[in-house]
Design a protein around this ligand. Structure first.
Ligand code: GLP
Length: 217
């Protein structure tokens, strides 16, 4: 695990990896939402990189109106896509046509992940099959509570989401897991050093050949 000095250092180190991938002819990335990648996205915007040949695939999306301010599509537009020269048609999000999404996700050059406090990656909640692909899921009580900080009230948090599966994520050539805050340290240790089990979805990453973990408290 790479331990960084602070949140901005975390964003900057992962931005270095993204910058490297963006130098490929037709880069393909899987991207996360949440509070953790915000310093990364800010840093990427500041670097004014060329995204014109890049294609992105977001990990997940709530079952929600895509124009809702808390949809992950709105989040990505606000923090990244509206601030870089990526073509909107090259920015892909899952929707109810889950099989079509699964079918277009290639072996991406880089997948960036956060981790939920219950060990979820994307919205693969504890108990998700290691063979899972893109699908509609019910959110855990814990996840709804965690994400209620982004909504006016807990009753406004969607109870369902569409997520890439664990098998989908594992196809990536390289995976970077970002975590920020001491409250993530315990689950991070369990996921990366404990038993590989579907009760801790992120533990599947131990089976991947090219995973790097970046943490700051
Ligand atoms: C959400 C997302 C995950 C993300 C997690 C952690 O539930 N679906 O992809 O990793 O939150 O979020 P945060 O970075 O805000 O702690």
């Amino acid at each position: 695990m790479n331990v960084l000095k602070n949140y901005w250092e975390l964003g900057s180190r992962v931005a270095d990896i993204v910058e490297h991938v963006l130098a490929l002819p037709e880069p393909k990335l899987i991207l996360p939402t949440g509070s953790t990648p915000l310093s990364l996205y800010k840093e990427l915007v500041n670097r004014q990189l060329d995204w014109s040949t890049t294609t992105t695939f977001n990990l997940d999306e709530y079952v929600i109106n895509p124009n809702h301010p808390q949809s992950y599509r709105s989040f990505m537009k606000k923090h990244l896509f509206d601030r870089i020269n990526i073509y909107p048609n090259n920015c892909n999000f899952p929707d109810r046509n889950t099989q079509a999404y699964e079918d277009i996700i290639p072996e991406v050059d880089l997948c960036i992940l956060g981790i939920g406090s219950n060990g979820h990656i994307a919205f693969n909640e504890p108990g998700s099959s290691f063979d899972s692909v893109t699908r509609v899921v019910d959110l855990d009580k814990q996840t709804i509570e965690d994400n209620s900080r982004f909504f006016d009230s807990i009753d406004d948090v969607p109870t369902q989401a569409i997520t890439m599966g664990l098998k989908t994520i594992m196809k990536s050539k390289k995976i970077v897991l970002m975590a920020n805050g001491e409250h993530k340290l315990n689950i991070l240790n369990i996921a990366m050093n404990g038993e590989i089990t579907e009760s801790v979805p992120a533990s599947i990453l131990q089976k991947h050949k090219n995973v790097k973990v970046y943490y700051c408290d």
